[in-house]
Design a protein around this ligand. Structure first.
Ligand code: MUC
Ligand code: MG
Length: 378
């Protein structure tokens, strides 16, 4: 049999927009989320196997330059025609060929790669992490974001989650109010939860450098594990000045996407920690590359989220488990922020950690009834 006959081909790619409600309003510096839009990607292969992938964004275009609707358009109009008929099993080579004709679109690329790896894992009977080098971890620690906007409600939520053994580290979203009000909000939560509970803050680029000088000085006094992206991600020199001035570790999120950024951040001293996200890097392989560069450069690693649903969060978990350790933990709590799901069995969280599914591929199955129910109607 010739090689061509043996190859498994990509036969069809479908990208579906899904709107899911959140369990409560999620307040960030730049927007309030009452729901989340996911792009669910289904890749059907000539051997009858279907792989699934997902991408999303935070508050439409509020966090970054890519929206779910834009990702679906890029897949339907440009990526799918380049991929159909290509070899589904040589995943990285197939994606690299497509990538030569598709600039950017890191969110859409992450969803497509996830679906191809899910299919390949099912084909070989291996979980995705095994395709990426394997892991001996069965779970990943996961923090929770307290972002109701109300300190008393946040404290109550935090204490209850500690009691349930679901989360014991918390991230606070600030940057909506004045620096003084934000600092008072963090201080109230610190007081309510107690000094032993590790807290981080994410400003989502809302501060000027002068505000960050004031805010970080005060936050450092309160005692935080880290401060995430206080100023514009594009202002690397400003980030380097903040990193040099304060002892509290500084994490790059919006200012860091991929391996090349990791190189540049290491060279300029623009952060101490990198927030890895598959949607920013453009896939699982690209995330692993960024992590390795960051690790080699002596930067800390953190497993970030684009607030993906179950598919995107579990895809992230596979690469985070297989890659260098995220000594700063992970925040793969996206599924818990959503009232409902489009997978048959939702990811399990217990003992302060996300449990890695054990089945082949992602280890998740689509619930097609729920998908039909939540898919955006034209
Ligand atoms: C971000 O900017 O890191 C992560 C947790 C959360 O609540 O929002 C995201 C986005
Ligand atoms: Mg962030």
């Amino acid at each position: 049999m010739s090689e061509d006959h043996a190859a498994v081909r990509i036969e069809a790619i479908e990208a579906v927009l899904v709107d899911l409600p959140t369990i409560r309003p999620h307040k960030l510096a730049m927007t309030v989320m009452n729901g989340q839009t996911l792009v669910i990607v289904r890749v059907r292969c000539s051997d009858g196997i279907e792989g699934i992938g997902e991408t999303t964004s935070i508050g439409g275009l509020a966090y970054g330059e890519q929206s779910p609707e834009g990702a679906k358009l890029a897949i339907d109009q440009y990526m799918a025609p380049l991929l159909i008929g290509q070899d589904a099993t040589t995943v990285q080579a197939t994606l690299a060929r497509m990538g030569r004709q598709v600039q950017g679109q890191s969110h859409a690329k992450a969803a497509i790669e996830t679906a191809l790896l899910d299919a390949q894992g099912q084909r070989l009977g291996l979980p995705i992490h095994a395709l990426l080098g394997g892991t001996d971890l069965s779970s990943l620690p996961v923090l929770w974001t307290l972002a109701s906007g109300d300190a008393a409600r946040d404290v109550e939520e935090g204490l209850s989650l500690i009691e349930q053994r679901r989360h014991k580290v918390f991230k606070l979203k600030i940057g909506r109010r004045s620096v003084a009000e934000d600092v008072a909000h963090v201080a109230a939560i610190r007081k309510g939860l107690g000094d032993a509970v590790p807290l981080t803050v994410d400003v989502n680029q809302a501060w000027s450098e002068a505000q960050a000088m004031e805010g970080m000085a005060a936050l450092q006094e309160i005692g935080l594990m880290l401060v995430e992206q206080p100023i514009s991600g594009r202002n690397r020199r400003g980030m380097a000045r903040l990193a040099a001035r304060f002892d509290v570790p500084l994490m790059a999120d919006e200012g860091f996407n991929d391996a090349q950024d990791a190189c540049d951040i290491a060279q300029t001293g623009a952060a101490d920690i990198l927030a890895l996200k598959i949607a920013k890097a453009g896939g699982l392989h690209a995330t692993a590359k960024a992590a390795v560069v960051g690790e080699a450069a002596g930067l800390g690693l953190y497993g970030g989220t684009m607030l993906e649903g179950s598919i995107g969060s579990i895809a992230s978990a596979h690469v985070f488990a297989a890659g260098p350790a995220q000594a700063w933990g992970t925040e793969l709590f996206g599924p818990l922020l959503l009232k409902d799901d489009i997978v048959q069995e939702r990811p399990a969280y217990r003992d302060f950690a996300l449990q890695l599914p054990t089945g082949p591929g992602l280890g998740l199955k689509l619930d097609t009834d729920k998908l039909a129910f939540y898919r955006r109607k034209a």
